[in-house]
Design a protein around this ligand. Sequence first.
Ligand code: ADP
Ligand code: RBF
Ligand code: MG
Length: 205
Amino acid sequence: IVVFQELLLGDNSKAMKTFGEIAGLVSEKLPYEFAGVAEGNSLCLRLPEDYHFSGSPLRLKSKVVHGFQRGSKQLGFPTANLHVPTIETQISGLKRGVYFGWAKVNFKDKARSRELGTAPRKVVVNVGQRPSFEDGTDVTIEVHVISEVVEDFYGEEMRVVLLGFIRPEMKFDGIQGLVSRIRRDIGIGSKMLDIDAHKAFAVDA
Ligand code: ADP
Ligand code: RBF
Ligand code: MG
C-alpha cells in the first residue's frame, strides 16, 4: 500500500490519478486501486494482492542450459537459462513475471570459481513465455546476473534464491521498450536486495 499524507486535493479520483503518476505506478503500467482515506486525510493506493510473492524464499538448483543466444546478442542482457524439467514441480504455480534474488554458481573446475563461485550475485529472473518474441510458449526461467560477467558458465550448477516479485511479464512491440524496461527491473531489483531483510539471503546456504 502506498500512502500519501497531507493530501490537499478534495477529489479522490483526480487525486488517485495524480498520485498514481507520482508514484510511478502509471508509467510502470502497474494496476493499482483506491484503498481508502486514512487518518489525516491521507490517500492510500494498493497494488493487487498477487504482487505479494507468497512463495518467498524460493530456492532453485539447476544446470545452466543453452537458449536461443538472444539474451546477450540482441538485448544486451545475457540470461542463464535453468533446466526447467528438473525444477518443474517447484515452479508449477509460479506466476509468470520478473523476480529478484541472489545466485551463485558451483564451478566444477575450482580455478574457474574465483569469479561467480565465491560471492553471491544480485540477479533478476524472468519466469515466462517471452511474449515479445515468436519462439514458442514453453516457460523458461532466465537468470540475469546484474554485475557484469565475462565468462560463460554453461553446464555449471546454479543456485538461486528468489525473494520478491517485480512485475508480470508483458508483450513489448519492439526491443527498445523491453530493453529499457529490463533496465528498470535491474534498478528495482538491485535496490530491493540492498534492504536488510533481503541482504540476509545473500549468505543463504
Ligand atoms: P542463451 O540463450 O544460451 O541463454 P544468452 O545470450 O542468454 O544465451 O547468454 C547466457 C549465457 O551467458 C549464460 O548461460 C552464461 O553462461 C553467460 N553469461 C555471461 N554473463 C552473464 C550474466 N551477467 N548473466 C547471465 N548469464 C551470463
Ligand atoms: N520477455 C518478454 O517478452 N516480456 C517481458 O516482460 C520480459 N521481461 C524480462 C525481464 C528480465 C529482467 C529479463 C532478464 C528478461 C525478460 N524477458 C521478457 C525475456 C527476454 O525476452 C529473454 O531473456 C530473451 O528473449 C532471451 O530469451
Ligand atoms: Mg539466456
